[in-house]
Design a protein around this ligand. Structure first.
Ligand SMILES: C[S@@+](CC[C@H](N)C(=O)[O-])C[C@H]1O[C@@H](n2cnc3c(N)ncnc32)[C@H](O)[C@@H]1O
Length: 287
């Protein structure tokens, strides 16, 4: 994939290939989240810290039972189900992977919230299945970093929101311009983006894009310290899994996409450690 372009089919293919690994992880974790764990004093093990990421975002988004929430990049439904269960909110999740959508519907049924949730095949850069002025909140948990054109995605999001609507996102962001990265950091960023189908925004540019696409009162909270245990844990796991996976790949047991994920996880932690990659929660109101 080149850096200027990112095909949604390629992103979907990466997720579909990784689903086998994720499903194994979900079976022993007891949840289907695809996001980083946010640790704090009250959430100090992976399961509760993964729930905590959703709790922190939903608190910042001030979600309640009257809200219609549009979840862009809804994964296997975990954060949609969570908002329906925790707040009684009505949630529409969109994704570009039919297999994930299937898992999301199953997830909602297992938790008894099928009546509050709908899952649509839709690219969040267009939102063709969502009517204008039909949503109170657009929620994105580590989704927009898959967009090569955040302005397009935010314009689509704004169109779906009512006049007093709001957006809430958590994601990885660069804290420096790409040109200011060292050659080694640039190479690692390329490895992360190619491996996981990402196009990570510079935080300040993202905030400016919100301003330019019809949002105001942009607020940012730095959550980087809380996700470090998660990125470190994934890097430690990759230290073993990557060489072992390379051996197993000879027998076709582990795919290149899985190997790329291990390598990308290690590089995320390296760039977080170097202070050039961070994790932020950004909220804004429709202007
Ligand atoms: C890191 S996962 C997060 C999933 C979910 N929010 C969670 O926390 O478990 C990102 C999700 O965005 C989806 N995605 C990526 N690009 C997309 C696009 N253009 N339109 C809709 N969904 C997209 C991926 O398929 C994946 O489900």
């Amino acid at each position: 994939m080149s850096n200027s372009d990112l095909d949604t089919d390629e992103v979907a293919a990466i997720y579909d290939e990784l689903l086998k690994t994720y499903q194994t992880e979900w079976s022993y974790r007891g949840h289907r989240s695809l996001h980083l764990e946010y640790y704090d004093e009250d959430h100090d093990e992976p399961g509760s810290a993964a729930m905590n990421t959703m709790r922190v975002l939903s608190e910042a988004a001030r979600i309640d039972s009257s809200d219609r929430v549009l979840n862009i990049g809804c994964g296997a439904g975990e954060d949609s189900v969570w908002n329906a269960r925790a707040h009684g909110a009505t949630v529409v999740g969109v994704n570009i992977s039919e297999s994930q959508l299937e898992l999301a519907r199953e997830n909602a049924a297992e938790h008894g919230v099928s009546d509050l949730t709908t899952f649509n095949y839709d690219d969040f850069q267009d939102l063709d299945t969502i009517d204008d002025d039909s949503m109170d909140v657009v929620w994105g948990l580590e989704a927009l970093s898959h967009s090569p054109d955040p302005a397009r995605a935010l314009t689509a999001a704004r169109r779906t929101l009512v006049d007093d609507g709001r957006v809430a996102f958590t994601d990885l962001f660069l804290s420096v311009d790409r040109e200011d990265l060292t050659a080694d950091q640039r190479e690692r960023l390329d490895n992360i983006e190619d491996g996981l189908g990402l196009r990570i925004s510079v935080l300040e540019q993202f905030e400016q894009t919100l301003d330019e696409t019809g949002f105001e009162n942009v607020l940012r909270r730095d959550l980087t310290d809380g996700i470090k245990r998660c990125t470190e844990r994934r890097r430690s796991f990759a230290r073993i899994a990557h060489p072992a996976g390379r051996l197993l790949s000879v027998f076709g047991v582990v795919s290149d996409t899985q190997l790329d994920r291990f390598s990308a996880s290690a590089d995320i932690d390296r760039l977080v450690e170097a202070g050039v990659l961070g994790y932020a929660l950004v909220t804004a109101d429709a202007a």
